[in-house]
Design a protein around this ligand. Structure first.
Ligand code: F3S
Length: 427
């Protein structure tokens, strides 16, 4: 790989052993991918905490968080002193919500360890955003900006909706990017890989957020790791619809980018989105396909009695929290059911201030942050049946926790929380 003078100096150890190890990792990674060079980035979304019991054990064996970062982010057996982040870095979700530790089955010692880890992270200059939706907290890279982001639902939003450029990075590459401001120049950083490959004509309803989840889920399954160019939807999707669409598509397939003609920045027209190349395949999403996606997402559920309703995957925006609070106004969550709603910590502070948290709590629900059931592998004790308004969570949770999962609209889910029964359906 061709290196600049600055990159050569970092590789040769000018800025210390951790930065040299980061460069070594990026060069090995870049060579394996066939990248010819690195590209500068000042926007990293990373996980650097000890988010699993195994990593916590590793830290507690003596080396602390520097040992965790050295081993799991820099691939170094030696414990290296970790310098502050050089690139602007936001932290992705964690293993639990420390404010709700007992509810999530997390003991006090783990919370204490977590607090120390959070102080270490802050000491490096990393933002304790703790969310899968950094764009909800003002991390809005401009069109064409090179980023190094983890978290598939954030990556697809970054590439498609913002027109910024990132691949789905891993813990190692983002750790190295954070210390060097560099990432291999390949994949979605390059124009050629951002062009459309499949044409999708929408003929069925794409109105509600749940509809957009179904559409994304179906497209991801069909297109897998390519780039769909979608047209024919009636209503202009808002942020929540795009968030659910992308998260669903990156769950059922490996989608990292899509174009919505007339909506997303690189698709002023279908021709522009395809960039001169012909569609490999033309797909039609009609009522039959919509039902197929719905049935697939509800395939694990048979019991109508619901123990648990989880909302906020990807983490809810303030608008969605407000909407959920409105739906809960004057109602009560059923005694045999629990309602957990996940949002970024900073948005929870706003919800606290605006009274939405109080409304949710008065109804018997809980507004939580930093994680989710899939990430935490946590649900209220005894849960067998869950209701979800997220296709992504409905895709993962049955396998992760062995639950039956109903997928439907937010209103269906709130009704299920208040009645203890699922009465949703495809409308
Ligand atoms: Fe976020 Fe958890 Fe969903 S981390 S995208 S809420 S699976």
């Amino acid at each position: 790989m061709k290196l600049t003078a600055e990159e050569s100096a970092m590789t040769d150890g000018r800025d210390g052993p951790a930065v040299a190890a980061a460069m070594d990792l990026l060069l090995r990674y870049g060579r394996a991918l066939g990248a010819e060079r690195l590209v500068e980035t000042d926007n990293v979304v990373a996980s650097i905490s000890a988010t699993t019991p195994f990593m916590r054990g590793y830290a507690q064996r003596g080396g602390g968080m520097d040992a965790v970062f050295s081993e799991f982010s820099l691939d170094s057996d030696a414990v290296l002193p970790i310098p502050p982040a050089r690139a602007f870095t936001m932290h992705t979700q964690l293993g639990f919500d420390p404010a709700q530790a007992a509810r999530m089955g997390v003991d006090e010692e783990t919370v204490r360890f977590y607090r120390q880890g959070e102080a270490w992270t802050a000491g490096l200059g990393v933002q304790a955003s703790n969310t899968c939706t950094p764009y909800l907290l003002g991390n809005l890279p401009v069109r064409g900006e090179h980023c190094a982001w983890m978290e598939s639902s954030a990556v697809i939003y970054c590439n498609s909706v913002l027109g910024a450029r990132t691949n789905t990075e891993g813990r190692e590459s983002v750790g190295a990017a954070m210390l060097t401001r560099r990432i291999p120049y390949w994949g979605y950083h390059l124009d050629a890989n951002r062009r459309g490959s499949h044409h999708v004509q929408v003929q069925a309803a794409a109105e509600t957020t749940a509809d957009w989840g179904l559409l994304g889920y179906w497209i991801g399954d069909r297109v897998q790791e390519r780039v769909p160019v979608v047209e024919g939807f009636g209503r202009r999707p808002d942020l929540a619809r795009l968030k659910h669409f992308g998260a669903a598509a990156s769950s059922s397939g490996g989608l990292e980018m899509y174009h919505l003609v007339g909506i997303t920045p690189e698709a002023p027209s279908a021709e522009a989105a395809f960039g001169g190349q012909a569609a490999r395949e033309r797909l039609v999403y009609g009522e039959r396909e919509r039902r197929e996606a719905y049935e697939r997402l509800n395939a694990t559920a048979s019991e109508r009695r619901v123990d648990y309703v989880m909302l906020g995957c990807p983490h809810y925006s303030i608008e969605q929290v407000w909407h959920a609070a409105q739906l809960l106004q004057g109602r009560k969550v059923h005694a045999d059911c629990a309602l957990w709603i996940f949002t970024p910590r900073a948005i929870k502070a706003l919800a606290d201030q605006n009274g939405y948290t109080a409304t949710i709590e008065a109804a018997g629900g809980v507004l939580m942050s930093d994680s989710c059931s899939a990430m935490s592998r946590a649900a209220p004790k005894g849960t067998r049946v869950v209701a979800l308004d997220s296709a992504k969570q409905a895709h993962y949770l049955p396998a992760i926790l062995g639950l039956q999962a109903w997928f439907g609209s937010t209103a269906d889910c709130i009704d299920a929380a208040c009645s203890g029964r699922w009465s949703g359906g495809l409308r």
